[in-house]
Ligand binder design. Structure first.
Ligand SMILES: Cc1cc2nc3c(=O)[nH]c(=O)nc-3n(C[C@H](O)[C@H](O)[C@H](O)COP(=O)(O)O)c2cc1C
Length: 402
């Protein structure tokens, strides 16, 4: 029996009591909110993105949409919200207050400005001098801001990533993390550009550009602002596979720490991000849906998982899965298995039969009232049946030599 595992992490210069940070978003809109989150147990927070006072932003009404599927009411969230409207001076005062009251918690200042080096340098100077432990450069917001040369407009252009990272580094008195957009062809490429320009860490992902839905009665796109809409940023459980892929690619391509973001809704999601190389994780949508209180489950779940697996610290699992992620061409083409249905567990629903018949290899035999059976000669081990079977453990794999 291992003693209670240590879930603290060192991320760049930050000594975090756990890997859990709040990402830059509505839950970090004010100092009062951030301090309540710290009281609830979050190890740190990234402020809602701070912009120069001269840059106008608007809070559209309304600005959120959701997508559900079958019994799940919400699996994706869309927003067309902009960055913080609050003056820099207000943030400076609140940053000082937060750090005075919670010196042991990590406070990261998220910043964004127009494509002018002097603006990034100045904002980085003011916010870092206010007392944050690190800066995060928002090069990822995919809606509204890019139309004005900010957010993803920068994150999609390596020359701007480099120019503005260098500018922020010149102004900053603390380490600088670059937050990247997934809305690019190759995030490893943009991450390497940031690393070359001197970024101390990368965070990913910001939201994924999308259109959450259309009201088919009124023909209005969602979210609807006076009958109209625009493409927005998707977040929540549905974007986790994109976030995991991006974090793994960045961890493989660079030598700087990565903060993993995107769809983290339970401690298990966080573990997956740690396994693909994230040194810390950030959460937004799950907190907007369920509140700061989810942190206690996140902490307990991770601690118990590490203990059950025999690890003494969270550091031991960071990047553990990375060596198992390789090129398609390097996967074992000789590895052969076939599906095997446990007759005692089969509830004779026929779901596997229909899927295999119409979407697979016609390898499952089924008669009403009898359990399904696999024709091993026809089974191509695509795995469709295993994902559809409602009974855990009913369809398993059998190794064969063909
Ligand atoms: C309503 C909303 C507002 C957001 N505002 C910001 C922002 O100001 N700056 C920023 O860097 N990211 C912003 N984000 C992106 C989140 O920080 C995060 O990268 C993204 O939502 C994915 O994480 P999640 O799936 O845990 O929500 C916002 C997200 C949402 C949903």
């Amino acid at each position: 029996m291992v003693s209670k595992p240590d879930i603290s992490v060192k991320f760049c210069n930050l000594e975090l009591e756990s890997p859990y940070l709040l990402s830059s978003a509505p839950p970090t809109c004010t100092g009062e909110m951030i301090m309540r989150a710290f009281e609830a147990g979050w190890a740190g927070a990234v402020t809602k993105t701070i912009k120069p006072d001269k840059t106008p932003v608007y809070d559209l009404k309304n600005r959120f949409g959701v997508m559900g599927f079958e019994t799940k009411q919400m699996i994706l969230f869309e927003n067309i919200e902009e960055v913080s409207k609050r003056p820099v001076g207000t943030w400076v005062n609140e940053i000082k207050e937060i750090k005075r009251k919670f010196p042991e918690k990590a406070l990261i200042g998220s910043i964004m400005a127009e494509c002018k080096e002097e603006d990034w340098e100045e904002l980085a100077r003011v916010v870092s001098e206010a007392g944050v432990d690190m800066l995060e450069l928002n090069f990822g917001c995919p809606h509204g801001m890019p139309e004005r040369g900010m957010g993803a407009f920068i994150g999609q252009r390596t020359e701007l990533i480099q120019k503005l990272t260098k500018a922020a580094k010149r102004g900053s008195s603390v380490p600088v993390m670059v937050k990247l957009t997934p809305n690019v062809t190759d995030i490893a490429f943009t991450a390497k550009a940031a690393e070359e320009a001197g970024a101390d860490a990368i965070s990913a992902i910001n939201t994924v550009l999308g259109l959450i839905g259309i009201n088919i009665d009124t023909f209005e796109p969602i979210p609807t602002v006076d009958g109209m809409s625009t493409f927005g940023g998707l977040s929540g459980p549905g974007v986790k596979p994109i976030g995991l892929r991006c974090v793994a690619q960045i961890a493989q391509a660079t030598n700087i720490p990565v903060s993993g973001i995107g769809g983290i809704t339970t401690w298990k999601d966080a573990v997956e991000y740690l396994l693909v190389g994230a040194g810390s994780v950030q959460v937004c949508t799950a907190v907007m849906w369920r509140g700061y209180r989810i942190i206690s489950d996140f902490v307990d779940g991770l601690t118990n998982y590490l203990a059950d697996k025999g690890f003494s610290s969270v550091q031991e699992i960071i990047g553990k899965t990375l060596p198992r992620l390789t090129a398609w061409s390097k996967l074992n083409k000789d590895y052969t298995v076939v599906a095997s249905i446990n007759k005692d567990l089969c509830i004779k629903c026929g779901l596997c039969y229909v899927a295999c018949r119409d979407g697979g290899y016609q390898a499952i035999k089924f008669e009403q009232g009898k359990s399904a059976e696999v024709d091993e000669e026809k089974c191509d081990a695509c795995s469709l049946c295993t994902h559809l079977c409602p009974v855990p453990g009913c369809i398993t794999w059998k190794k064969v030599t063909k």
